[in-house]
Design a protein around this ligand. Sequence first.
Ligand code: FMN
Length: 163
Amino acid sequence: MTFSNERLAILYGSQTGNAQDLAERIWRESKRFYFKAVLRALDEYNVLDLVNEKCVIFICSTTGQGEEPDNMKTFWKFLLRKSLPSGVLSNLRVAVFGLGDSSYTKFNFAAKRLYKRLLNLGATAIVELGLGDDQHDLGYDAAADPWMANVWKELLLLYPLPS
Ligand code: FMN
């Protein structure tokens, strides 16, 4: 199975490295599917480039009491700007996966807020928001594995190889 040489951005917000690990794993998988993927922490990514992307996979954890990780705070602040027109991301397809722990009251709040805001700015979700939970016996992988399989399936439908 191969895809055409589509560009894909894989962006993460991670406080202690788990979301980064998952994003790196997805980046390695993307090469198997012949995507031209870029991998960045959200704050290393030029947010103005978002309007030129077709497809972005966001992986983000929640830290503190329902807060965004430090390496996505600048990105997040920009995305919250009231001056952004509501349809500014209407050409963008997104997939968002959160890493969290259901023993916290604000379970996966950062990913939930990010997902909501992206759709609010006009982005289209490739798949539903995925939520990883440290409390699961298999950790966040329990949700991440089937979620990611679904993302690749949908991407294959969207970007089949030219016949
Ligand atoms: N998970 C939540 O769902 N909500 C929280 O408010 C939350 N706060 C946390 C605060 C601290 C200090 C730590 C260590 C973890 C917290 N978590 C919370 C769980 C993390 O999101 C989870 O362990 C995740 O896998 C960490 O990913 P990261 O290493 O990419 O930051």
